[in-house]
Design a binder for this molecule. Structure first.
Ligand code: URA
Length: 432
């Protein structure tokens, strides 16, 4: 049996642990012989002392070994791609990237999580589509990636059980915000889910885990190193999360925006990120294309209807109704107007995320139910010029009282002033 107290003490004192010690600690924690209180103390020691690259890799390997793994490459005989985001407000990128990449002939297989707090989860967004099934058996997941070219499902319970336990523990012990722990949590799930090539979208700013570009770079480098050591090809894009992505924040409202984007009418920032992430995946795939051709292919799949046709095929394959008209609609839609004339200088991502959460679009605790119809549409974004009384945003609410409350919060998220802010691109940096 592992001497958990001794490992905690060594980490507390800033010393390096061996790979087999970390492996035993994780596997015995999952097996129930190391209790939560010792693992919590270990996480706090890591929070203050950090992990070396070798320790982070050992922790990631141990987490992967705690459960089953999938080998998509062997099952398809092809390079399979995946995309992951560290979480942001209005972030529906994977839902548009998957159909684009698959329409270009590259298989896309993703396992995804639910949202907690002000950032929404991909699964919650998908569940706003009537009939859509997020729970598929692993064999059905693999078969759908092979036969349709695209599947996005809930994280299978037998993959990386160590992360499920550890993440819940970190959530209640103030130990989430550590680069090594975040990197090993994300990469263990990505590696176990079996894709060969992964684009990681590291969000930076007010609405993200990583508040500064330096912190985002550090996380990106950690995840790249873990991917390379596991034989996966990884590219990280660092992207702006000081304001919500696109216009829509919620569930059904975000799915509508995905449909508009796949039809070529999406918001500029969201479309740019979707095309950029898709192009990186096409370059990493087995198509053998370079950057410029990959971008052209991604854009052509939108222009020629291929990406939207793939979206419809994918949604039907998982039991859903792909029509925009089938999505739930909120009972009350209130327009929020500009109280003065000027440039939108800032639009707080976290404030909009919290307004959507209060409306019922997200969950503050794991047990909360979600209202798929509600949310916010930010019609004006940073840099836009507005006249007094012009619509700034729409609040989609279940009743007038919650619309009223959210309206005040949404207005409070906007800073309007005389000067235009500096332009800030959606993709801040690419690493890898
Ligand atoms: N997302 C994850 O999957 N794990 C973390 O630790 C943080 C964000």
């Amino acid at each position: 049996m592992v001497h958990a107290a001794e490992l905690i003490q060594r980490k507390r004192d800033g010393r390096e642990l061996a790979a087999d010690e970390l492996r035993d600690l994780v596997l015995e924690y999952v097996g129930g012989t190391v209790p939560d209180y010792q693992m919590a103390a270990f996480c706090m020691a890591v929070y203050f002392r950090g992990l070396s690259s070798a320790e982070t890799f050992a922790l990631t390997e141990a987490m992967i070994r705690s459960g089953a793994t999938i080998d998509l490459h062997a099952a398809l005989g092809r390079t399979v791609v995946d995309k992951h985001s560290t979480g942001g407000v209005g972030d529906k990128t994977s839902l548009a990237v998957g159909p684009i990449v698959a329409a270009c002939g590259v298989p896309f297989g993703k396992m995804s999580g639910r949202g907690l707090g002000h950032t929404g989860g991909t699964l919650d967004k998908l569940e706003s589509i009537p009939g859509f099934r997020v729970e598929l058996a692993t064999d059905d997941f693999v078969a759908q990636v092979r036969d349709v070219g695209l599947a996005i499902i809930g994280q299978s319970a037998d993959l990386v059980p160590a992360d499920k336990l550890l993440y819940a523990l970190r959530d209640v012990t103030a130990t989430v915000e550590n680069v090594s722990l975040i990197a090993s949590s994300i990469m263990s799930k990505k590696i176990a889910a079996g894709a060969d090539a992964i684009v990681l979208d590291v969000k930076v700013g007010d609405g993200a885990f990583m508040k500064t570009i330096d912190a985002a770079r550090e996380l990106a480098h950690e995840m790249l190193a873990l991917g390379e050591r596991a034989g996966r090809r990884v590219v990280c894009v660092l992207t702006d999360m000081d304001q919500p992505l696109g216009h829509a924040v919620g569930n059904a409202v975000e799915i509508r925006e995905v449909i508009e984007t796949l039809r070529g009418f999406g918001p500029a920032d969201f479309t740019e990120l979707v095309v950029e992430a898709s192009a990186h995946l096409l370059v990493l795939s087995d198509l053998g294309v370079g950057d410029a051709d990959a971008r052209a292919l991604a854009q052509a799949s939108i222009a020629d209807g291929g990406a939207f046709a793939m979206y419809e095929r994918w949604i039907r394959a998982q039991g859903g109704d792909p029509r925009a008209d089938a999505l739930p609609v909120a009972a009350v839609v209130r327009t929020i107007t500009a109280p003065e004339e000027g440039h939108v200088q800032a639009l707080g991502a976290i404030a909009i995320g919290n307004a959507a959460l209060q409306l019922g679009a997200g969950r503050a605790t794991k047990e909360d139910a979600i209202d798929h119809a509600v949310g916010v549409r930010c019609l004006k974004k940073r840099g836009d010029y507005v006249r007094h009384g012009e619509p700034l945003a729409e609040v989609h609410a279940r009743d007038p009282a919650s619309a009223e409350r959210a309206g005040g919060d949404v207005l409070g998220a906007y800073t309007i002033g005389a000067n235009a802010p500096h332009a800030r691109p959606i993709v801040l940096e690419t690493i890898g």
